[in-house]
Design a protein around this ligand. Structure first.
Ligand SMILES: CC(=O)SCCNC(=O)CCNC(=O)[C@H](O)C(C)(C)COP(=O)(O)OP(=O)(O)OC[C@H]1O[C@@H](n2cnc3c(N)ncnc32)[C@H](O)[C@@H]1OP(=O)(O)O
Length: 415
């Protein structure tokens, strides 16, 4: 009997959730309340399953997403999530079948890219995805940081930090997040439901700890950032406070806000350790501390994976720091974005066209195109790794100067 792959119907959704929980090793229990909570927020046409004798044995879902590009633009993505194949059916090609169906539909719809956050690194390269942004998490040992313990944590530049609540963050947060996307590549838009759930206002069927919220306002009163953090109320022997403040969300759109929020978090009485949560690898935090070694990296890993579906829109959808022309030969085994492209870029704009007349300067797999276009990958390093072929001498160096960005991409949201 063959295993069927197709979109689910409403009545099949509870079993889809059960299969999802099984794949993610969560208790395979699905209540009516959970179904009622989730169902209004999923597009059933984009909720795929594999069925074996009527039972769901694989799950896959996608939704529309906007991703910020270098220079403040954005591209529509086919965001992929909740991918599982039950242990009884693994390594029989079910993920490959669901992925090809979804990517073909995304290409047909005109999405420029597909995105995902990978559970494990080796899964998605074969489908043309490459890691376009990376994440770093630090654990700061506050006592060693060299900060003056008498400091109040008050900002130095006339701005101020105010404590807030979920309702206010729900109101002011989306604008701060939008402003971040305008100055940072790799930011995926946060849905209204994401805001509700993240600020404690959505339905919470899972345990929820109300965080503390701190908002940074500039001297003129404008909101430029906020942090949400929890603490674990831990004490050591000899009555020593030993709390860890764990940052759940920290969005800052000016350097002053970034500096002020980190100094605030590292100056809270009773807080011995600050866990930063997911940050861009070039977050200023460690170097803000008089002793940067007090900030230990506890995670450094790939974050947002991008699969280019439309190379022209991706290459034209960002800004460039200088004038340069390059011909790229993009290989794509799945046929979505392969071809030879001539990119004429300058600080005033970029034009990208398919070409067959000219020889290519660089040849690369589509896997490398997302990381290059989002400014994080080094063309020179990829050439050293043998993943970019330099067909014109010096072309990798020219690509490096053209594609790399001063700020690394930052993807604060997990989906
Ligand atoms: C965006 C997200 O949702 S990330 C979450 C991903 N899900 C999980 O990690 C949950 C646990 N894992 C699973 O459910 C499954 O193992 C999945 C979904 C990762 C893979 O599903 P499968 O149906 O087994 O994959 P499928 O059989 O289509 O594999 C295709 C190829 O990828 C390889 N592959 C699949 N999963 C992995 C893996 N985790 N690591 C390395 N290679 C893998 C297979 O070996 C196969 O290679 P081949 O074509 O050279 O033979």
């Amino acid at each position: 009997m063959t295993v069927d792959v197709r979109a689910v119907t409403e009545s099949e959704y509870p079993d889809w959730l059960r299969a999802l929980h099984t794949g993610f090793l969560r208790p395979p229990v699905v209540s009516d309340a959970l179904v009622a909570d989730r169902l209004p927020h999923v597009d059933l046409d984009r909720t795929l399953a594999a069925f074996d004798r009527g039972r769901t044995v694989a799950t896959f879902r996608s939704f529309r997403q906007e991703v910020s590009t270098v220079g403040g633009g954005s591209l529509t993505a086919d965001a992929i999530t909740q991918v599982t194949v039950s242990p009884t059916h693994r390594r029989q090609g079910l993920l490959s079948r669901m992925m090809s169906a979804d990517l073909a539909a995304a290409k047909e719809r005109g999405d420029a890219i597909a995105t995902l956050i990978a559970a494990e690194y080796p899964i998605y390269g074969r489908y043309g995805f490459g890691p376009a942004s990376w994440t770093t998490e630090w654990s700061v040992e506050v006592a060693r940081a060299g900060l003056d313990p008498r400091r109040t944590g008050r900002p130095e530049d006339g701005g101020r930090i105010e404590l807030s609540d979920g309702a206010e963050i729900r109101k002011i947060g989306p604008e701060v997040h939008r402003r971040l996307a305008a100055v940072r590549a790799g930011v995926t838009d946060r849905t209204p439901r994401g805001w509700d759930v993240g600020t404690g206002l959505g339905h919470h069927l899972e345990p929820w700890t109300e965080p503390f919220y701190a908002v940074y306002r500039s001297e003129s009163g404008e909101v430029e950032g906020y942090a949400a953090y929890t603490a674990d109320d831990k004490w050591g022997d000899a009555k020593q406070p030993d709390n860890t403040a764990s940052v759940q969300d920290l969005i800052a759109v000016t350097p002053a806000a970034e500096r002020a929020l980190w100094r605030y978090l590292c100056s809270i009485d009773w807080v011995a350790t600050v866990r930063t949560g997911h940050r861009a690898p070039d977050d200023p935090l460690p170097l803000l501390l008089p002793n940067p070694r007090a900030a230990r990296i506890v995670t450094h890993a790939d974050m947002l994976w991008v699969r280019v579906l439309d190379a022209v829109r991706v290459l034209e959808g960002r800004t460039y720091p200088l004038a340069e022309s390059l011909v790229l030969e993009v290989r794509d085994g799945d046929g979505f974005a392969g071809g030879r492209y001539r990119l004429d870029a300058s600080p005033d704009g970029a034009e990208c066209v398919r070409t067959s007349a000219e020889p290519a300067d660089l040849a690369l797999d589509v896997v490398e195109l997302g990381p290059l276009a989002w400014g994080d990958a080094s063309a020179v390093r990829l050439a050293r790794l043998g993943r970019i072929e330099e067909l014109t001498r010096g072309a990798a160096g020219r690509a490096e100067l053209l594609f790399r960005t001063p700020l690394r991409p930052f993807s604060p949201d997990i989906f």
